[in-house]
Design a protein around this ligand. Structure first.
Ligand SMILES: [Fe+2]
Ligand SMILES: [Fe+2]
Length: 218
């Protein structure tokens, strides 16, 4: 990487870390550091992927999550974050074409609405971000988030498909049933699929055992 690219990576890390300082840790800077590492691992298996684009997009992908929290979910952090990142990168001296590319990676990292990850860099970011929600880390994050919203360790009596998200009944198990057990089917890269398969198996074993343990069966 040339000097400008190294300077931009350093500036992006500082900018993102600062913007994310008020977030709870389930969706904070630690998550970004893991996504950066996972994205680099996946990128190493994709010959055509641009590692600079991927690293900067991963560093900046959640910079507007605080705006989403402050607006109680009205502001989409992918949409807002992609605009903030684009302006930031132009100010850093990055050429417009690459700033635009990174903006699109961030815009599509949730794969919501019409925002489809349609470049290899966007697909790598999407997979890395989703992988951080499954496996041992995903289990840890699900329980951490439950603690942040004051939920219970487990609630075997609730209808997991009906319980309200972001509420006291939003247990890690509900998150697993509704979302996390489907994540491994949604990977877009071969390496993402491989890692997701391993993480998925571990997570299924964990939640099966949790069900048994809370019933006193093991
Ligand atoms: Fe995100
Ligand atoms: Fe993320």
């Amino acid at each position: 990487m040339n000097q400008l690219e190294q300077e931009i990576i350093s500036a992006a890390a500082t900018f993102a870390k600062d913007r994310m300082s008020r977030l709870h840790s389930s969706h904070g800077w630690d998550h970004v550091e893991r996504v950066v590492a996972l994205a680099a691992k996946i990128a190493a298996t994709e010959k055509k992927a641009d590692p600079f684009i991927i690293q900067v997009a991963a560093l900046l992908h959640d910079i507007a999550r605080i705006d989403e929290v402050d607006s109680t979910g009205i502001q989409c952090h992918a949409e807002r974050g992609s605009s903030i990142a684009y302006e930031f990168l132009l100010q850093c001296g990055l050429e417009e074409k690459r700033a635009h590319h990174i903006r699109n990676c961030i815009l599509s990292h949730r794969y919501r609405n019409e925002h489809v990850p349609d470049t290899i860099e966007a697909k790598v970011l999407y997979d890395a971000d989703k992988l951080d929600s499954i496996g041992a880390v995903g289990i840890g994050r699900a329980f951490l988030f439950s603690g942040e919203v004051g939920a219970r360790l487990h609630n075997p009596d609730i209808d997991v498909s009906l319980a309200e998200a972001y509420g006291k009944e939003d247990t890690a198990y509900r998150e697993y049933i509704v979302k996390l057990r489907h994540v491994s089917d949604k990977m877009l890269t071969d390496e993402g699929k491989r890692i997701a398969h391993e993480r998925h198996r571990f997570m299924v074993d964990f939640f099966n055992r949790l069900q048994d343990e809370v019933k006193g069966l093991s």
